[in-house]
Design a protein around this ligand. Structure first.
Ligand code: AR6
Length: 183
């Protein structure tokens, strides 16, 4: 699915984010930037040791924020390491922290004058965030950012979901949000 939000094209697709040729790909990292499983493990495996070395120098990143490293051997030039919240029932500021992880990533992409960025579904794997709710927050954050930043350098934002089921959830949420936009 593909929609235009202001200057930005928003694309939802299924795939392995490590193969994306966007200027940056976003990692679902932990606050120690210590590497791990899921998309984090896949990015470090595909990108090689340079990324972990840069992460070690940075030292860490608070939940809801993001930091940037080079892309090592990846097709993408940069990796933006965003730290989403661990889901603990939903009453611990999880929604705001998840939104903030996306907004911080977009701010970094914008600051580095990037033209394209690919996101995974942050927090919906090991961190347990229910994907329907997380997809609404993620997409709304991106729509809000694109609308409120008409000078944004980003021309394309991709969501790259690992499974067809996850992709369908994001497509459905985007359709619902677009209907509300046109009301
Ligand atoms: N491409 C795109 N999406 C992927 C890929 C891939 N190659 N691999 C997995 N996913 P998770 P989190 C999806 O657990 O919930 C790590 O250990 C996956 O299907 O990677 O934010 C970190 O070090 C899921 O939908 O991230 C942290 O400690 C989504 O990526 C912790 O897990 C996110 O799942 C972060 O947990």
């Amino acid at each position: 699915m593909e929609v235009q939000i202001g200057k930005c094209r928003l694309i939802i697709k299924q795939g392995d984010i490590t193969e994306e040729d966007t200027d940056a790909i976003v990692n679902a990292a932990n606050s120690r930037l210590a590497g791990g499983g899921g998309v984090d493990g896949a990015i470090h495996r595909a990108g090689g040791p340079k990324i972990a070395e840069e992460c070690r120098k940075i030292g860490g990143c608070p939940t809801g924020k993001a930091v940037i490293t080079s892309g090592g051997n990846l097709p993408a030039s940069y990796v933006i390491h965003a730290v989403g919240p661990i889901y603990r029932g939903g009453k611990n500021n999880e929604a705001e922290l998840l939104r903030s992880a996306y907004i911080s990533s977009l701010e970094l992409a914008d600051k580095h004058n990037l033209r394209s960025v690919a996101f995974p579904s942050i927090s919906t794997g090991a961190y347990g965030y229910p994907i329907k709710e997380a997809s609404r927050i993620a997409l709304q954050a991106i729509i809000d950012y694109c609308k409120s930043h008409p000078q944004i350098t980003l021309e394309e934002i991709r969501f790259v979901l690992f499974t067809p089921q996850d992709k369908e959830v994001y497509v459905q949420s985007l359709k619902e949000l677009m209907e509300n936009l046109s009301d």
